[in-house]
Design a protein around this ligand. Structure first.
Ligand code: URA
Ligand code: SF4
Length: 260
């Protein structure tokens, strides 16, 4: 049977795109095989290339702080990237490189089968929501081909721009509650994790800013009406199908944050 170790071994030997020529180490990804949450970044940076591990540079430090703010640690989650080898000078990965590398991420998603996929930045968000801007879709849960997707801006953007840091922190603050709701839906007997309210956000802010759930096509299961579900409530009654917004046209919104 295919395992995450098989994927990692193949990644480390891969020469399927030009990025293999300049890499020091490939960065397959890391975390428990049964992780509840899969984070998908863009590609390794300088530190990641040196160490062969994802998110171990400055953006990784911020990601760890964000996880800590919701009572989690990096060894509880799986962390992967769109491309497994560093683009030289941290340039954007090219479409052909992403295409060549996608087979590894697909296998990782299948093997981990996470409850929630958090896409970090526009490249991994584009894998699930092509044609959408990250500033439009961030901070809202989507169901795409049966996977629950929660896009967030890339932590590296938060290190450069204060307003992006705030946006990322806001979206992270939603994550803990979101996970509780998804757990409850999967197992109505489960207890909320009881994670303390993340500082800086009152509960009513969370529900006020949560724009809701937008199922995309091919959703296998009824879409959860999260945010409506009280964390400690008994199993929710069979939900009304939530209102389905048509895919938003990719146009700038007033006050839209600049793209990462
Ligand atoms: N940025 C990414 O997108 N991935 C990493 O692994 C590190 C920084
Ligand atoms: Fe292979 Fe992906 Fe590395 Fe390209 S980036 S060489 S496809 S592992």
């Amino acid at each position: 049977m295919d395992t995450l170790e098989d994927v990692a071994r193949e990644v480390c030997a891969c020469t399927d795109c030009p990025l293999h020529q300049s890499r020091t180490n490939a960065v397959p990804g890391e975390g428990p095989a049964d992780a509840e949450v899969l984070f998908i970044g863009e590609g390794p940076g300088y530190q990641e290339d040196r160490q062969g591990r994802p998110f171990v540079g400055p953006a990784g430090g911020f990601l760890e702080d964000l996880l800590q703010s919701i009572g989690m640690t990096r060894d509880q989650v799986y962390i992967a990237n769109m491309v497994k080898c560093r683009p030289p000078d941290n340039r954007d990965p090219a479409p052909g490189e992403i295409a060549a590398c996608s087979k590894y991420l697909e296998r990782q998603i299948e093997l981990i089968a996470p409850r929630l996929i958090v896409t970090l930045g526009r490249f991994s968000t584009g894998r699930f929501l092509p044609g959408q801007t990250i500033s439009r879709v961030r901070g809202r849960l989507r169901s795409v081909d049966g996977r629950q997707i929660f896009p967030i801006m890339h932590p590296a953007a938060g290190l450069r721009r204060q307003e992006m840091r705030v946006a990322i922190e806001e979206d992270f603050a939603k994550l803990a509650g979101l996970l509780d709701v998804l757990r409850l839906q999967a197992d109505p007997a489960s207890e909320p994790a009881g994670i303390p309210e993340p500082h800086g956000l009152e509960p009513h802010h969370i529900s006020d800013t949560a724009a809701g759930y937008e199922p995309a096509s091919q959703t296998a299961t009824p879409a959860p009406s999260f945010w409506d579900v009280p964390p400690a409530a008994p199993p929710p009654a069979p939900a009304e199908p939530p209102s389905i917004e048509p895919p938003a046209p990719d146009e700038p919104l007033p006050g839209q944050l600049p793209l990462l």
